[in-house]
Design a protein. Structure first.
Length: 269
């Protein structure tokens, strides 16, 4: 299908995404950990049963800079009628010139119940750490509602979520900083998920989160995640990801914006 009136055709856009964006992502090394979405393995409504995906990425360099980074991820979904349970976890570890500079993880558990044809409720909990961002421990518990704005099996889907969570963070001490090492607060949580099948081999996913603190709306986090899954064989994908995380009020000594690139393999089972 072409869009007339001087706009770029869908076919041209597909070729741009495949031949421009994908090679650009491949040019960057595998990297870090971010919030991920177990639904990336499926486009459209899920069939009953278990759906699992394992991902692994390893990157290294030698010479003037000696660096290795490895990331492992497991995503699992159990769909049973109008109910679904999700469990996913990720761990990343890396060294640069023999010094550890990456060592972080998170585990996330979520339950969702579809109340109507287009909307449902969900509750979730998460635990994680990232010592190189001064996060010795982060736990959260929350919930919300989710709307299905569009859903076509193996074609495209759009979802919107709105809710809140309670966050508990423990920071590691650092010389010259004065921020509190233990904090608890409530944050709003909204997200938009876009999923599409470009052709028989290429799938696109984009998720955007916005998480403001209720007590101070100037304290917010934005998380943007874009990924491309390229089918290599049955149940085996090459996955390319770009994550941008912005914290308007991060711990002292930590940058506000973190950009992470990842290239790896994913297998469904």
């Amino acid at each position: 299908m072409n869009v007339t009136g001087g706009l770029v055709s869908v076919g041209a856009m597909r070729r741009f995404l495949i031949f421009a964006i994908v090679p650009a992502l491949l040019a960057f090394p595998a990297s870090a950990l971010a919030i991920v979405n177990v639904e990336q393995a499926i486009i459209g409504p899920s069939e009953d049963g278990f759906h699992n995906r394992a991902e692994v990425a390893v990157d290294g360099s030698s010479g003037n800079t000696v660096k290795t980074t490895a990331r492992a991820e497991l995503l699992s979904q159990w769909q049973h009628g109008r109910h679904a349970e999700f469990l996913w976890g990720q761990y990343a570890y890396g060294k640069s010139s023999g010094v550890v500079d990456t060592n972080r993880y998170f585990v996330h558990l979520r339950h969702r119940t579809m109340v109507g044809e287009r909307w449902g409720v969900e509750v979730f909990g998460q635990i994680g750490r990232d010592p190189f961002a001064r996060m010795s421990l982060r736990t959260l518990l929350g919930g919300g509602v989710r709307w299905t704005l569009m859903e076509k099996a193996n074609k495209a889907a759009v979802y919107f979520g709105l809710g809140a969570f309670h966050e508990h963070e423990k920071l590691s001490p650092k010389a010259g900083t004065t921020d509190a090492l233990d904090s608890r607060l409530w944050r709003g949580n909204s997200y938009l998920v876009l999923k599409g099948q470009l052709n028989d081999h290429v799938r696109l996913y984009n998720t955007t989160y916005y998480q403001p603190a209720f007590r101070d709306m100037a304290d917010y986090r934005i998380l943007e995640q874009f990924s491309v899954a390229v089918g290599l064989a049955e149940n085996l994908d090459l996955k390319l990801s770009l994550d941008v995380v912005h914290d308007s009020k991060p711990p002292q000594g930590v940058r506000k914006t973190d950009v992470r690139y990842s290239t790896g393999l994913a297998v469904d089972f």
